[in-house]
Design a protein around this ligand. Structure first.
Ligand code: PCA
Length: 225
């Protein structure tokens, strides 16, 4: 059992992760947007930052090791969702790996369960509506997303929620997808992008809201389809 309470400095910690580049890109905005927050204090928490490999399995192992080390009370993982126009806060992760492109270690699982004995899905245990509202107040275009896909990001989100549930620890966890950064779309016509500075501001506001709200606010962010 891991005591997810306080860091050695006495301040509770947030473990904040971004990914390495993948899919032919030379940067990943998820990493560029979390790296500037390393060791900052947000909402009474110290921020511990880690970069994760874009690899099924290994990404989760690295994250689990970081959780054992940092003993965070909040885990917020961030990934790139190229093509999306807004920062999206993921509501749910599903128990399936279905890769459209090989991961950075050339693994390409198709319809493989993430945890053979796990439930079909896990909901994020962060207050996603309160975070969405706070990020919009900070001037950051934000939406709730009902699919984290079936690639490494969904794998990581499902895996961390399964790990936390199985370990009986009290950490709350969730996932945010960010759009391409502006530098990535210079040669991509008609594709949405956001500045890294805006993403950083959104992540900060999201962490503050997550720290302030033990339970979520009841506002609709529903989608018809
Ligand atoms: N985005 C991918 C994996 C790594 C990343 O930044 C995804 O959405 O699955």
């Amino acid at each position: 059992m891991i005591a997810h309470t306080q860091s050695t400095t006495g301040m509770p910690t947030v473990l904040l992760t971004g990914f390495a580049p993948f899919g032919g890109e030379t940067s990943n905005p998820s990493w560029d947007a979390v790296a500037p927050l390393a060791n900052k204090r947000i909402g009474g928490h110290r921020i511990v930052v880690r970069q994760l490999p874009v690899e099924f399995g290994t990404s989760l192992k690295v994250l689990q090791a970081a959780i054992r080390e940092a003993k965070p009370s909040l885990v917020l993982c961030v990934g790139q969702a190229g093509g999306r126009a807004q920062v999206s806060i993921e509501r749910v992760a599903i128990n399936i790996d279905d890769a459209r492109i090989p991961d950075n270690a050339d693994a390409c699982p198709i319809d493989a369960p993430i945890a053979a004995d796990g439930p079909a899905a896990y909901f994020a245990t962060l207050p996603i509506k309160a975070m969405t509202a706070a990020m919009r107040v900070a001037g950051v275009p934000t939406e709730v997303s009902n699919s984290a896909g079936t690639y490494v990001c969904n794998h990581l989100m499902y895996g961390v929620l399964h790990f936390i549930a199985a370990s009986g620890a009290g950490a709350r966890a969730g996932f945010i997808h960010v759009p391409y950064a502006e530098e990535q779309v210079i040669d991509k016509a008609g594709i949405a992008a956001m500045s890294i500075a805006t993403m950083v501001r959104g992540i900060e506001a999201g962490i503050e809201a997550a720290a302030a709200h033990r339970s979520d606010i009841a506002v609709s962010e529903g989608a018809i389809a």
